[in-house]
Ligand binder design. Sequence first.
Ligand code: NIG
Ligand code: FE
Length: 412
Amino acid sequence: MGLLIENASQVVTCHTRGRKFKAGKFQSELGLLKNTSIYAEGGKIKWLGSKLPKILMNSVTHVIDAKGKCVLPGLIDSHTHIVFAGSRADEFSMRIKGRTYEEIAKAGGGIVSTVKAVHSTTKAKIKELARKRIISSMSFGVTTIEAKSGYGLDTKNELKMLEIINELNSEMPVDLYATFLGAHSFPKNYSRKEYIDEILYEMIPLIAKKDLATFIDAFCEKNYFSPVEIIRIFMQGMKFGLVPKLHTNQFNSIGGIEAAVRCGALSVDHLEIMKQSDINSLANSGVIAVVLPAVSYFLDIPYAPARKMIEKNIPVAIATDFNPGSAMSENIQLAMSMGVHLLKMNCEEVINAVTINAAASLGISHYTGSIEKGKQADMVMFDTPNYKDILYHFGVNQLWCTIKNGYEIKLK
Ligand code: NIG
Ligand code: FE
C-alpha cells in the first residue's frame, strides 16, 4: 500500500531535528512546509517534497488530494482515564452548586464511586463504553492514546481494566499505551499497608508477567499517596520494567515533583499548584510537564503555570485527562483551545504540546509525533489551508481525514 497525500497547502511537521522534545523557544518552532506532498508505505513516511520522484510513483495505490488542507502529525492524548463505568453527573451538579471535588471525595464520592461502578459492570460492557469513547476521541484528530487503570483498586479489577486497554489496542486503529494506576486511591476495607503491599507484591509482578502495561502512575496528593510511598511503588514498578509517570501538584505541592525526578519519571502531570522550587526541580530534568487545562476548567481550580515552565526550558505537553470526575471530555481540540486562552500558550506551542511533546511524554517521540521520513505515518488533515484556523475557529471540528499507520481511517 503506497499512500500519496498530494499538494497539501500546509504541512506542520513538528520535526525534532534529532531532539526528543521541544522546549523553551523551540516549543514555538513548527517546521511548516507549504504546497507539499507526502508519500507513505509500509506504515512509515518515506518521502516529503514538492514532486514525487518517478521511482516511487509506480508504488502509489491511494491518492488523497490535499489542496486547501493542512496536515499535522496525528494528535496524541498522552493522559486519559478513558476506561471507566458509570456517571458522576450528580456529583458534577453538586460541585456546580458549590461543593468541592475534595469534599465530595471525603464524603464517599469521587474516584471511589467510579471504582464501585467498575466493580459492578462486566468487562464486555466497560470495553464497549471505552470503544465508543476512543472513536469519539479519534474524531477530534487523536491517533495515539495513553489510558490508565486506577478504577479497579484490587488485583482482579485493575487487571480487568488493563486487559480492556490491551484488547482495544489490538482491535482498533489507534495506538493505546496502558498505564498501571493502582495507586490512584485507597480502597475501602484495606489498611494502607495492606493495599500498598498488594500493589507491590501482587499487582506489579502479575501485570509485568502478563505484559499488560508500559507505565506505572500514582496520585501524589494529601489523603492519597505520599512521595515516600510513591518512591517505593515506582522502584518496584521499575524493577519489573514499568516506566514511571506521576499525577502530582493538582491541589497541593507535597514533594511529588522531586520524587518523580528522582525516579527518572518520563512525565509529571497536572501541576496546577507549583512552587518556584518545583519549577526549579523540573528545569533541565528532561521530565515532560503534562498540563491538563480541562481539569482546571472543569473543577474551577488554578491553571498550570505553562508560560513560566516554557520560559524555564521545560517541555510542555497538553492532554485531556479524560475521566468522569475531573475532566469529562475527550475533545483534545478543546484542551488545545484552553491551552491558548487559559494557559496563554501560543498556537505553535500548543500544536507541539499535543504532538511531539506528547509523544515524548510517552517515550515514543523517535517513532511518532512528527511528520518526518522514517516515522510512523500518523497524520491528520484539517479542512483549512491554515493551521492557525484550528485554534482560531474554535468550538467546531474541522478534522477532514485521519491517516493511522499509513492507512486512511473511516471513523463512521
Ligand atoms: O487525573 N487526580 C486524580 N485522578 C484523576 C481524577 C480521577 C477521578 O476523579 O475520577 C485526574 O484528575
Ligand atoms: Fe489523570
